[in-house]
Write a protein that binds this ligand. Structure first.
Ligand SMILES: *Cc1c(COP(=O)(O)O)cnc(C)c1O
Length: 379
């Protein structure tokens, strides 16, 4: 049996009645905009994470952009971040008019190296954008201390780390803003696109809501769509980056199963750790004090192309999330940060190989992948 990387049909079948009911509810109500689903999802999502405020938006990239804009990051500002990540982590900075400054990573957690962060802080640095890669939290305690010391804001890209913890506390309460993606393949997948920002700052939450919705108070939109009174009142330069009611309803249905699917991911990762030990591949580490949420299971190996080919022959999909790193992508060629600038990031991106993981897979399929990797490494 072939094993693909994602299988959205199979996942849908797991909660089909609840998802169908949620979609039918929205469609029958005719409220595709400014209904009850988005505010209800915001409340439920904030509660699930133990955060004060959630602002639901149209994607993970939108979450990052709205958070940066809400914190006043703009032209002339530099934001320190990492390069071994999704393009959204840096394109969001660019689209605010600011400049991403990439620093190297710690080879074990594969996340921002805090010493490199300190060395990169300069007169134009305004914010730090760490990424919790694959579900392993960045060193947020150290990063927040450095940020406070230097008067910097922190936007945490937790798009891969929903449900991960630091010293037992879920992400979403440490940074000024913590961003999540509900792309279909993420921990909590919409049927299209979605995202959210968590914050403890009520004023920032209101600013982000306004920015994501045409620069206008949400209450005004509700009034306009209710009795039609009130008129328009655009207070700030806004975007149209809202979460759709239909997606919010689907996410509410799926949120009830999120603890279970994250537990499945942890069980699968533990199976990989045991099954792939001692065969010459470098396995992902979880540093003390952190609990991983395993959006990705990524190994490192010298002959990555050879291993990927041998796995493909056995019907097993692999992927290269995320390689090459952002500083080597054509879109950032004008930054002139060439190969050699981020040695650990580059070596990691040259050797990484993602194996299938997630609630769309059964444990015996993880075993099948383990057997295939073992056979491929000893051939
Ligand atoms: C998925 C992801 C994003 C972007 O999210 P979208 O919903 O695809 O816009 C940003 N950063 C990281 C680390 C991601 O994994």
């Amino acid at each position: 049996m072939a094993i693909s990387f994602y299988n959205h049909q199979r996942l849908y079948q797991r909660n089909k009645p609840e998802i169908d009911a949620a979609m039918a509810r929205v469609i029958a109500s005719g409220r595709f905009d400014w209904g009850d689903e988005v505010p209800a999802f915001e409340t439920e999502f904030a509660a699930w994470n133990g955060a004060s405020h959630a602002v639901a938006v149209a994607s993970g990239t939108a979450a990052l952009k709205v958070a940066l804009l809400g914190l006043g990051i703009g032209p002339g500002d530099e934001v320190i971040t990492v390069a071994n990540t999704d393009i959204g982590s840096s394109s969001s900075i660019h689209h605010c008019g600011a400049t991403p400054v990439w620093v190297d990573i710690d080879p074990l957690s594969r996340n921002m190296d805090v010493d490199a962060l300190v060395r990169a802080i300069g007169p134009r640095t305004r914010a730090i954008l760490p990424v919790d890669l694959y579900g392993h939290p960045a060193n947020m305690v150290a990063i927040m201390a450095i940020a406070r010391q230097h008067g910097l804001r922190v936007v945490e890209d937790a798009c891969l780390a929903l449900g991960a913890t630091i010293e037992g506390t879920k992400l979403g309460t440490l940074a000024d803003a913590t961003c999540f993606s509900f792309a279909p393949s993420k921990h909590l997948g919409s049927f299209g696109s979605g995202g959210a920002v968590l914050t403890g700052d009520a004023d920032l939450a209101e600013r982000m809501r306004k920015i994501s919705a045409y620069g206008q108070e949400r209450s005004r939109h509700y009034a306009m769509h209710g009795n039609g009174m009130g008129g328009l009142h655009h207070e700030t330069h806004g975007l149209n980056e809202r979460l759709a009611e239909l997606q919010a309803a689907i996410l509410r249905a799926k949120l009830r199963y999120l603890d279970g699917t994250i537990a499945e991911r942890r069980e699968q990762a533990a199976r990989y750790q045991a099954g792939l030990a001692g065969i010459g591949v470098d396995l992902p580490q979880t540093l003390p004090g952190y609990q991983h949420s395993w959006r990705n299971y990524v190994i490192e190996v010298d002959d990555r192309a050879g291993l990927a080919d041998r796995l493909r022959e056995r019907g097993i999909a692999t992927n290269l999330t995320y390689a090459p790193p952002l500083h080597l992508q054509p879109v950032f060629a004008d930054r002139r940060v060439g190969r050699g600038a981020l040695a650990i990031t580059e070596r990691f991106c040259d050797r990484l190989l993602g194996l299938p993981i997630g609630p769309q897979l059964h444990l015996d399929e993880i075993d099948q992948v383990i057997d295939a990797v073992r056979a491929s490494m000893t051939r």
